[in-house]
Design a protein around this ligand. Structure first.
Ligand SMILES: Nc1ncnc2c1ncn2[C@@H]1O[C@H](COP(=O)(O)OP(=O)(O)OP(=O)(O)O)[C@@H](O)[C@H]1O
Length: 818
C-alpha cells in the first residue's frame, strides 16, 4: 500500500513471475503416521551465501525410502546418467539434482529448487504478509495473490489464518468475541486477508483525511468461490430476491464470468460490500469462510472443496461520496461492466470513478482420491476430479506461456493460443498472467515437508518451477514500464498542479496590491514583469524540476522567500522570486509537454494492445466457429444415420422383448415342473433313507453278534493251543519211551528173529510204523516241513502222519479272520 515499496518488490532485471514457497511445520498426513516416519521433514532450506534479500531462495528435497522417487532412483533407471555426470543436472520438472558423485541412491535422489523467497516452518504470518502481500498491494495497481499446494499444506492458513473467529455462544446466548477487529494491532495468527483489510483501511483513512475535501477512496469487499466449475457468491446481497432464492439444488444461483469491452474480466452480479472499518471486513470474511464448501477427509478435517477468491476494490471518487445502489436501501453494489470499466454511466453515478481490484485466492488443494478417501464418496470424487482438472489447466497455461517465450535471446517465440478460457479459474487469471498486471501477480506455494506428502510435493514444486520460469514477456514488460511511467506522470501532474497553486498563492501574496506599506506603481510592476520575461535569468541555485524532493525544496524555499520578502519588502528578494516563478512556469510547461507526449504514447500502446487482444480474440473465436460448424455438419449428417439405426434398434428391442416374454413364460412353466419333481424326489429320497437306515441297523446288530461269537471262538482256540502243547510234550515223552522200549524189545527179540528167519525164510514188518499215503508225498515235498501232529482217531490207534500247511491254515482260519 505504500508507494515507495513498489520498487523493492520487482527488481528491474527480474522479469519472471514471483513465486514464494512456504514450508509448514512437518506433520504426517496418515492418521497412523502422525508421529512416526510420516512426519519426518524431507525439505531443507539452503542458506544463500550471496543472498541479496533477507529471504532464502533455495531448498533441497530428500526422498524418503518409501517414496516413488526413491524407488525409481534405487532401481537405477532414472538417474543412470547423473551418477556419472557433474554434480548438478536439470530434470524434467525444472529442478536440479544435487550430490557430488551420485554414488548412492539417497544422494542421487536429492533435488534443488529456487524461488523468489522461501518461508520456513517457523515463519510467522506477519513475515509472509510483509514480504509478499504488502509490496504487492499498491494503491492504483490491480494485483493477484494466490496460494497453491496439496491438501493440508497450509493454504487456507496462509490466506485466512485464524484469531478473528467469533467464540461460540456462552451461557444465556451471549456472544463473546475473540478479536472483533476493533483492535488495530493484527492478531499474530491473522492471514493475508485480515491483515490486508487492516492495512488498506488504515492507509485509505489516512489518505482520505489528507486529501479532504479532494478525491476520496472507498474499500469494497466481495467473496466468491469456484465450485464444480460454477461460480457462487459467498457474500450474496441478502436484500436481493435472486440472492436468497434457493434453487431446486440447495445453493444460490451460479454467476456468470464476463469480459468487458476493455478486456476486464469480472463476475456479473457479484455483490460488493462497502467496508468502513476492520470489524465489518472481518465479519464478512467469517461469513464467507462459513459459506465456503469444505469437507472432512482422511488428511484434513476441514479441507476446502472449492477455489475461493476474495476481491478488494478500492474506488476513487472525485468530488462526491460513493453512492448507494439505485432502487434499494442496500449498501451493497454488484460487479458490473458499467461500474467496473472505470467510466460509470452518468445515470448511475454523478461522480467520476476509477477502481483498483485486488484478488487474494485460496486454491483448493490438489489431491489423490486414494489418500484422501474421496473414492468412497461419489460427490467428493467429482469435486476432486474438477479441482484437479482446473489446476491441471492452470499448469497447461503456464507451460504454454513458457513455450511461447523465445528460448534464446533474440529467438522467435512459438505461437498458439494459451487455453485460458478452458476453465473458470484460468479465465479469471488471464489478465493477471499475461497483461501488464503480470508484474503484480504472486504465487505462494504451500508444502508439507512430511515424508507422506513427498511425491505430491515434488509435483507441486515442479509446477512452481514452471511458473517461476515464465517471464513477463517483453511486450508485457514494456507495458508495465509504461504503466509505471503513466503512474509517475499522474504524480507529476499532481505535483505540477500543486506547484501551480502554490505559485498562484505566492503571486497573490507578493502582489503589490496586497502588500501594505510597500506600494508598487503599475508601470513599475509592468516593467518588472516584462523584464522578467525578457531577462536571461542566471540559474544560480535553481535545479531542474523533476523529482519530489526538488519540488518540496523549491516549495520550502519559496515559502521562506515569500514570507521574508513580505516582511522586509526587499525588492531584490522579490526579483529573485519572480525569476524563480518564471523558471517554474517554464518547468511546468516542459512537464506538461512531456506529459502530453507520454499520454500519447500510452494511448498508442493501449490501442496497440487492444488491437492485439482483439486480433487474438478474433482468431480464437473464428477458429472456434469453424470448429463448431464442422461439428454441426458432422452431427447433421450423422443424425439421419443415427435415426435409422435408432429405428432399427427399436424394432429389434421390441422383438427381443416379445421373445423375452415368451421365454419367461416357458421358463416359469419349466420351473414349476422342476419344483414338483424336486418335491417328489425329496419325499422318495426320504423313504429310501429310512429303509437304508433300518437295514444298516440290522446289519450292525448282526455284526455285533458275530463279533461276540468270534471272541468266544478265539478264546476256545487259545485253550485248545495250550492243551495241544501239553499233549505234544506228553506225546514226545511217550514216543521217546516207546522208542526206548522198542529198542529194548528189538534187542530182546533179535535171537528169536534169527530163529524165526531160519525157520520161515522172511522178515516181518515193524508193528509201530505206517506208510504215508501216496498222494501226500507231494505235500511233504513242497512245504517247508510244517509238521503238525494232531490227535485223531488214527493217533488213538497209535499211527501218526504229516499235514500240509493249507490244511493247517484252513483249520485255523476262523480265529485269524476275526
Ligand atoms: N505454517 C503453519 N503453521 C501452523 N499450522 C499450520 C501451518 N500451515 C497449516 N497449518 C495447520 O494445518 C491444518 C491444515 O491447514 P489448511 O487447512 O490451511 O490446509 P490447506 O492447504 O488449505 O488444505 P485444503 O487444500 O485441504 O483446504 C490447519 O489446522 C492449519 O492450522
Amino acid at each position: 500500500m505504500d508507494g515507495n515499496s513498489s520498487s523493492n518488490f520487482l527488481p528491474q532485471n527480474d522479469k519472471r513471475l514471483s513465486v514464494f514457497l512456504r514450508v509448514r511445520p512437518p506433520v504426517g498426513t496418515n492418521a497412523e503416521n502422525k508421529s512416526a516416519e510420516g512426519s519426518i521433514s524431507t525439505i531443507e532450506i539452503v542458506a544463500d551465501k550471496n543472498a541479496t534479500s533477507s529471504l532464502p531462495s533455495t531448498i533441497r528435497t530428500y526422498p524418503p525410502l518409501n517414496s516413488n522417487a526413491a524407488k525409481v532412483v534405487r532401481s537405477g533407471n532414472r538417474h543412470a546418467k547423473s551418477s556419472v555426470s557433474s554434480s548438478k543436472s536439470f530434470n524434467d520438472d525444472g529442478s536440479t539434482d544435487s550430490g557430488n558423485d551420485g554414488s548412492s541412491a539417497e544422494v542421487r535422489g536429492v533435488k534443488e529448487y529456487s524461488y523468489s523467497g522461501i518461508f520456513g516452518p517457523n515463519s510467522a504470518q506477519k513475515d509472509v504478509y510483509d514480504n509478499v502481500a504488502a509490496p504487492l498491494f499498491q494503491l492504483g495497481e490491480s494485483a493477484l495473490l494466490f496460494t497453491l499446494g496439496v491438501t493440508n499444506a497450509g493454504k487456507t492458513h496462509t490466506v485466512m489464518g485464524s484469531g478473528f473467529e467469533k467464540r461460540k455462544k456462552t451461557g444465556f446466548g451471549q456472544k463473546v468475541q475473540a478479536n472483533d477487529g476493533a483492535d488495530p494491532t493484527p492478531h499474530k495468527d491473522w492471514g493475508v486477508i485480515p491483515r490486508s483489510l487492516n492495512h488498506m483501511l488504515s492507509r485509505i483513512n489516512d489518505l482520505n483525511k489528507q486529501s479532504c475535501p479532494g478525491p476520496q477512496l472507498q474499500l469494497y469487499m466481495s467473496y466468491l468461490e469456484i465450485y464444480n466449475e460454477n461460480i457462487y457468491d459467498l457474500l450474496p446481497d441478502k436484500t436481493k430476491k435472486e440472492a436468497v432464492k434457493r434453487y431446486p439444488g440447495d445453493g444460490p444461483p451460479a454467476l456468470k464470468l464476463r469480459e468487458s469491452r476493455r478486456g476486464r474480466i469480472f463476475v456479473r452480479g457479484l455483490a460488493k460490500h462497502p467496508i468502513n472499518n476492520v470489524q465489518e471486513g472481518l465479519e464478512l470474511a467469517r461469513e464467507a469462510k462459513n459459506n465456503r464448501h469444505t469437507a472432512s477427509n482422511n488428511i484434513n478435517a476441514n479441507s476446502s472443496r472449492s477455489h475461493s477468491i476474495c476481491q478488494f476494490e478500492i474506488a476513487y471518487f472525485q468530488g462526491q461520496e460513493p453512492m448507494k445502489t439505485n432502487g434499494d436501501d442496500s449498501e451493497c453494489e454488484t460487479d458490473d461492466e458499467s461500474v467496473c470499466s472505470g467510466s460509470s454511466s452518468s445515470s448511475r453515478r454523478n461522480s467520476r470513478r476509477k477502481s483498483t481490484i485486488i484478488w487474494i485466492v485460496d486454491l483448493a488443494g490438489s489431491e489423490r482420491s486414494k489418500r484422501t478417501g474421496a473414492m468412497s464418496h461419489t460427490r467428493h470424487q467429482k469435486e476432486a476430479a474438477l479441482i484437479n482438472a482446473s489446476l491441471m489447466n492452470l499448469m497447461r497455461c503456464l507451460r504454454e506461456m513458457l513455450n511461447h517465450q523465445p528460448k534464446k535471446r533474440g529467438g522467435v517465440a512459438k505461437g498458439g493460443v494459451v487455453p485460458f478460457r478452458e476453465s473458470k479459474l484460468t479465465h479469471m487469471f488471464m489478465n493477471h498472467l499475461t497483461g501488464p498486471a503480470a508484474s503484480r501477480t504472486s504465487m505462494i506455494v504451500n508444502v508439507n515437508p512430511a515424508a507422506d506428502d513427498y511425491d505430491e510435493t515434488q509435483h507441486v514444486l515442479g509446477y512452481a518451477t514452471t511458473a517461476r520460469s515464465v517471464t513477463v514477456s517483453a511486450v508485457d514488460y514494456n507495458r508495465k514500464c509504461r504503466a509505471l511511467a503513466k503512474e509517475s506522470n499522474v504524480k507529476l501532474k499532481e505535483e505540477v498542479s500543486h506547484v501551480k497553486s502554490l505559485a498562484k498563492k505566492l503571486v497573490q501574496k507578493i502582489s503589490p496590491k496586497k502588500r501594505k506599506g510597500a506600494p508598487e506603481s503599475k508601470p513599475e510592476a509592468k516593467r518588472q514583469r516584462s523584464n522578467t520575461h525578457r531577462a536571461p535569468f542566471p540559474a544560480h541555485g535553481i535545479k531542474q524540476f523533476g523529482s519530489t524532493n526538488t519540488t518540496s525544496s523549491i516549495n520550502t524555499r519559496m515559502h521562506a522567500h515569500a514570507s521574508k520578502s513580505v516582511q522586509t519588502g526587499n525588492i531584490e528578494q522579490l526579483q529573485q522570486l519572480r525569476e524563480e516563478r518564471f523558471i517554474l512556469n517554464q518547468t511546468v510547461e516542459e512537464l506538461e509537454q512531456q506529459l502530453q507526449s507520454c499520454e500519447a504514447e500510452v494511448r498508442e500502446e493501449v490501442v496497440a494492445t487492444m488491437n492485439e487482444q482483439l486480433e487474438e480474440n478474433k482468431d480464437w473465436y473464428e477458429s472456434k466457429i469453424v470448429e463448431l460448424k464442422e461439428k454441426v455438419n458432422i452431427l447433421q449428417t450423422s443424425n439421419t444415420m443415427k435415426q435409422r439405426t435408432i429405428d432399427a434398434q427399436n424394432e429389434h428391442i421390441n422383438e427381443c422383448e416379445e421373445e423375452m416374454k415368451r421365454m419367461r413364460d416357458d421358463y416359469e412353466a419349466h420351473i414349476e415342473d422342476l419344483n414338483s419333481n424336486i418335491l417328489k424326489l425329496t419325499s422318495d429320497s426320504h423313504a429310501e433313507k429310512e429303509t437304508i437306515l433300518k437295514s444298516h441297523k440290522k446289519d450292525h446288530d448282526q455284526y455285533r453278534r458275530l463279533e461276540a461269537e468270534a471272541g468266544a471262538l478265539r478264546h476256545q482256540t487259545q485253550e485248545l493251543r495250550t492243551s495241544h502243547s501239553v499233549l505234544l510234550s506228553k506225546y514226545n515223552d511217550l514216543v521217546a519211551s516207546m522208542q526206548h522200549k522198542e529198542k529194548e524189545d528189538q534187542s530182546a527179540l533179535a535171537p528169536e528173529k534169527e530163529n524165526a528167519s531160519n525157520t520161515h525164510g522172511h522178515v516181518l514188518p515193524s508193528p509201530s510204523y505206517k506208510k504215508l499215503p501216496r498222494e501226500r508225498c507231494s505235500d511233504v515235498a513242497s512245504t517247508d516241513c510244517c509238521v503238525d501232529i494232531i490227535s485223531s482217531p488214527k493217533k488213538k490207534r497209535g499211527g501218526w502222519f504229516m499235514r500240509s500247511p493249507a490244511k493247517v491254515g484252513a483249520q485255523q482260519s476262523p480265529s485269524v479272520g476275526k
